[in-house]
Design a protein around this ligand. Structure first.
Ligand SMILES: *Cc1c(COP(=O)(O)O)cnc(C)c1O
Length: 398
């Protein structure tokens, strides 16, 4: 019995692959035909704890039985609990909750604008980056550095200055003598841009520049945060603390939840009436965030990311270094990009056929962002399926 994988009544917004996934357990998921897959994508860096986690599942069931939503007219104790935890882990001071990555970034952009207005800047500008991805709303799309996905949605919101990554001179030059700059905004590791990290020195230099010029440093950790690199937040590898940090993807281990965490320079900019969301910070989403972090701490998942991440990087280097057509293997912890010398979108289907979920980003980069519970044995399985696929693909006539 096969169930057709088709969605004729849904808008045609995604070029979907022809399978429908129905359930999972740990690193495995199954489709409507009963075929099993190994999940090295985690719903795009979302399913931190894999599927149907034996501790998260009953906690969410318990929460659904108590309360799903109450709205922000009232205090929500679980919201305060998650905010306190994020403050502790980040070294920042306050959090605002929303429902997705773009919403977290939208709030960050509003914070930057009001920060500017409070300093007397009438038209505040925000520095953003080439190849950046910040979301699909009009403000976050305009901040995004991918012309293809903006086509058809102009006019774009103004107020951005775009610069190349990892080039402090270019940043200084682009902002020279400009009194309207209010913030600098980037991903520590560009995700959709092809798993491209910002260098440690660059992060430190930008932090200094932001301090000197009184700009907000806003770091989009929607994809690379929440333990994915082996620290809670990827920028922590360089010892800096941002002023504003949007989070989402892995925060609720699959339950939609976004957050903006802010330090002293930005934490008190929003006053009642300035910003809000109906669903944001609801008890179910907050419980998911609290339990995700609790389980990550109890099961020492950051250590697991370091251990299995190193194992996976080593195996990929061993198998693919020197293979013609493999340009670079990049990333940190369990955020890995294998950059090929040609577009390789077809590998998503081929991996699926071979029982592996992964994605291809920036046209030519195979991206692995598995659940953080992955074991070394599962990482070996990923490599055993993936390496021959890449070798065969690269051996074909381009
Ligand atoms: C996915 C992503 C977003 C957008 O998140 P949504 O939840 O899809 O709106 C923003 N920034 C980064 C870095 C992302 O990876």
């Amino acid at each position: 019995m096969t169930t057709p994988a088709a969605s004729p009544h849904c808008m045609n917004t995604y070029g979907r692959l022809p399978v429908a996934l129905t359930h999972g357990r740990g690193l495995r998921v199954w489709d409507t035909n009963g075929k099993a897959y190994l999940d090295a994508l985690a719903g795009i860096a979302v399913n931190t704890l894999g599927h149907a986690h034996p501790q998260l599942t009953p906690a969410l069931q318990d929460q659904v039985g108590k309360m799903i939503h109450s709205c922000n007219y009232y205090h929500i104790p679980l919201q305060e609990a998650l905010a306190a935890k994020l403050v502790e882990l980040s070294g920042m001071t306050n959090a605002f909750f929303c429902n997705s990555g773009l919403e977290a970034n939208e709030a960050a952009i509003k914070l930057a604008r009001k920060f500017g207005h409070m300093k007397g800047i009438e038209k505040p500008e925000i520095v953003v980056y080439e190849k950046a991805f910040h979301g699909r709303s009009l403000a976050t799309l305009a901040a995004t550095g991918n012309e293809k996905i903006k086509e058809g949605f102009g006019p774009m919101m103004e107020g951005y200055i775009r610069v190349p990554v990892n080039n402090i001179e270019a940043l200084k030059k682009a902002t020279e003598g400009n009194p309207n700059v209010a913030a600098v905004f980037f991903e520590t590791i560009q995700g959709e841009g092809g798993v491209k990290p910002m260098n440690t020195d660059y992060l430190q230099q930008v932090r200094q520049l932001c301090d000197k010029r009184d700009w907000l440093l806003m770091i989009d950790e929607v994809q690379c945060g929440m333990g994915r690199t082996g620290k809670w937040f990827a920028h922590q590898w360089s010892g800096i603390v941002p002023d504003v940090m949007p989070l989402a993807k892995g925060l609720g281990s699959g339950v939609p939840v976004g957050a903006v965490v802010a330090g002293p320079k930005a934490a008190h900019i929003f006053q009642p009436g300035n910003h809000g969301t109906t669903f944001g910070g609801n008890p179910l989403a907050m419980r998911a965030g609290v339990e995700t972090i609790r389980i990550m701490e109890e099961d020492k998942l950051l250590d697991n990311v370091l251990k299995v991440g190193a194992h996976l990087h080593a195996a990929l280097h061993r198998e693919l270094d020197g293979v013609k057509g493999v340009k670079e293997i990049r990333g940190q912890g369990l955020m890995i990009g294998i950059d090929l010398d040609r577009p390789c979108g077809v590998l998503m289907q081929r991996a699926l056929d071979a029982g592996l979920l992964l994605s291809v980003t920036a046209d030519s980069v195979v991206r692995l962002v598995p659940p953080l519970i992955i074991t070394e044995a599962e990482a070996d399985e990923v490599v055993a399926i993936l390496v021959p696929l890449i070798q065969t693909f690269l051996a074909e006539a381009p």
